[in-house]
Design a binder for this molecule. Structure first.
Ligand SMILES: Cc1cc2nc3c(=O)[nH]c(=O)nc-3n(C[C@H](O)[C@H](O)[C@H](O)COP(=O)(O)OP(=O)(O)OC[C@H]3O[C@@H](n4cnc5c(N)ncnc54)[C@H](O)[C@@H]3O)c2cc1C
Length: 348
């Protein structure tokens, strides 16, 4: 029998982008090998809020039955400053809340059920750019060059009451999202910036996720209990820039192509969407043998379909971290609740 690695497509990275592309390729009967450096199930820093066009793809890749009881609809959102609730409203389109512990694991199982070949604990160190190799290795870490370092923290909590399905709490050092998950759990995920390295994060993470004393966030977090050592963190996030660039040199999907800023809650959707965009180019490559064309055509699809969304997202994310502009944006969000819908639409 011919092995997948010899005759089909090799995907480096078994996150959402790599696995969804693997599933789509297997649905088209194409042999696929996925190398994943880690293993499943695993916690991942993520707000676990899926919204946008990628939601439809979850249906297409056939994992909805596996997610029964593990995912729930998100309909309402509230925005808080460090002192007040600024607005509470209904999302323009309901989103989905699901733990990455469950989602990535169930997708890995689905891929294997379709006879996809998955090698876990397998970090690819080979040459990049070779024909038939797709990069789905997640965000490209940013080397520290600016004034600030950006980092993300996440944990699951119980005994945490929310007034809306999703709450966003803003402060000077960043913001924290609280999202209802099935089983009475809440995802608490924050994006922060700091001038210096923070060696004490493993001790101070809960304090950082709890906001300033007396804030609405700290009141929410007062009685919250961490679930199953779920804390995880990620550093070297490249969200402080203004003009994002797609990765032109590789055939890549998901964050590996370009990470949309976390504030949009759209990165998972983009992982699914880019997998769907990549599929026809890979099918053409397998017919024609022309890898350079496939890579260029995918790059052009990204530029024409995702450029304006990315730019809008980077601009809003950048504003979030400029204290004066953040205050202005929060004031506008309070006066015009419809602004949230506008931001939502511009980034989708
Ligand atoms: C703070 C924060 C909050 C977020 N909140 C949300 C949210 O609420 N909603 C949303 O939609 N998105 C959110 N995101 C973004 C979302 O998590 C990502 O966009 C999404 O995980 C991208 O999927 P991916 O498959 O491209 O990358 P990943 O999920 O990062 O997967 C990449 C995989 O590649 C593997 N890998 C890397 N290098 C190698 C190698 N050399 N060999 C083999 N394997 C390798 C890794 O182990 C990993 O499993 C958030 C991100 C952050 C940082």
């Amino acid at each position: 029998m011919t092995s997948a690695s010899q005759a089909g497509i090799t995907i480096i990275g078994g996150g959402l982008a790599g696995l969804s592309l693997g599933i789509l390729l297997r649905q088209a009967q194409i042999p696929v090998l996925v190398h994943e450096a880690g293993c499943y199930p695993r916690n991942k820093v993520c707000g676990e809020f899926i919204s946008g066009a990628g939601q439809a793809l979850i249906n297409q890749i056939g994992i909805l039955p596996r997610l029964k009881g593990k995912a729930m609809e998100v309909k309402t959102v509230a925005i808080f400053s460090a002192t007040d609730c600024l607005q509470s409203s209904t999302l323009p389109v309901p989103a989905l809340a699901i733990s990455r512990l469950d989602l990535d694991f169930q997708m890995a199982l689905q891929f294997q059920d379709l006879q996809g070949e998955l090698k876990t604990g397998s970090r690819f160190t080979g040459q990049r750019g070779n024909p038939g190799i797709v990069f789905a290795t997640g965000r490209r870490p940013q080397t520290y060059s600016g004034e600030f370092r950006y980092f993300g923290l996440k944990a699951h909590f119980s005994e945490l009451e929310l007034a809306s399905d999703l709450e966003l709490h803003f402060g000077h050092e960043g913001y924290v999202g609280l999202l209802r998950l099935p089983g009475g759990m809440v995802n608490v995920c924050g994006l922060f910036r700091a001038r210096d390295a923070l060696p004490d994060l493993s001790q101070t993470w809960k304090e950082r996720l709890s906001g300033k004393k007396g804030s609405p966030l700290s009141r929410r977090m007062a009685s919250a209990k961490e679930v199953d050592s779920s804390f995880c963190s990620v550093a070297a996030l490249g969200v402080g820039t203004f003009f994002p660039q797609f990765n032109p040199s590789e055939f890549s999907v998901g964050d590996s192509m370009l990470m949309i800023p976390p504030f949009t809650g759209n990165g998972m959707s983009i992982a699914f969407e880019t997998a769907a965009l990549a599929l026809p180019h890979l099918v053409n490559y397998l017919k024609s043998g022309n890898w350079e064309n496939a890579r260029l055509n995918l790059y052009n699809s990204y530029r024409s379909l995702l450029n304006s969304r990315m730019r809008a997202a980077y601009a809003v994310q950048w504003m979030m971290f400029q204290p004066g502009l953040q205050a202005l944006l929060l004031k506008l969000l309070k006066r015009r609740p419809s602004l949230l819908n506008t931001i939502f639409r511009l980034t989708r």
